[in-house]
Design a protein around this ligand. Structure first.
Ligand code: GTP
Ligand code: MG
Length: 196
């Protein structure tokens, strides 16, 4: 669909440099190495739109990919990457908070979590922040190809229970960039937020 037309617009280090012509954007957040850039590439059916890497911490700027004149997908740097020094980490965390809280065109957050790793402290903080400001979240339990069907489903149910009890602004699904599993479900969510 529409997302295949996504093209790279620009990368910026801070919110004040974000493009101002956008009315709708959806950002991809999550731990380093969770699979954000890979998911973006699959969602846009482009193999090399967002840079992926085996080395965590690859994405370090806010990267904008426009879908049309006023809509964009946004690849955010991963959090929780230990090798970045503390000052850089703090500065980035402050920047991330500002972006999520202040960016008016931000309509929803795709939060990626490795399906094999329980939600981390920062994942939960992300859910708390977004709940506080009323920003909808859709969680992708990524790399679902690494789990068998049963255990994958069990992880999803566990997460859905947590969301139901504590984070009603959030929904969740399994996703595999490798197998392209869960693609229609994400597209539908994006359409909803982009108001297509
Ligand atoms: P940062 O930019 O560092 O925050 O990482 P990221 O979240 O963008 O992760 P990225 O997409 O670069 O993927 C990290 C690693 O996981 C790469 O080696 C990918 O090939 C691998 N990976 C991503 N998605 C999947 C998936 O669905 N299945 C499998 N098996 N591997 C995946
Ligand atoms: Mg990345």
């Amino acid at each position: 669909p529409l997302y295949q037309k996504a093209t790279y617009l620009k990368s910026v280090p801070t919110i004040d440099l974000c493009p101002d012509e956008l009315t709708h954007e959806v950002a991809f957040a999550g731990r380093s190495n969770a699979g954000k850039s890979s998911a973006l590439n699959v969602i846009t059916s482009q193999r090399t739109l967002a840079r992926t890497s085996k080395t965590p911490g690859r994405t370090q700027l806010i990267n904008f990919f426009t879908v049309d004149d006023t809509r964009a997908l946004v690849d955010l740097p991963g959090y929780g990457f230990a090798k970045v020094n503390v000052k850089v980490k703090r500065a980035w965390e402050a920047g991330l908070t500002t972006y999520i809280e202040k960016r008016e065109s931000l309509k929803g957050l795709i939060l990626l979590m490795d399906s094999r790793i329980p939600p981390t402290e920062i994942d939960l903080i992300m859910l708390d922040w977004t709940k506080a400001i009323g920003l909808p979240v859709h969680v992708l339990l990524t790399k679902s190809d690494k789990l068998k069907k049963g255990p994958a489903k069990a992880e999803l149910l566990k997460l859905k229970q947590l969301l139901k009890e504590q984070y009603p602004h959030a929904t969740a699904q399994l996703f595999s960039s490798l197998k392209r599993d869960g693609l229609n479900e994400v597209w539908n969510k994006l359409d909803e937020w982009m108001e297509y």
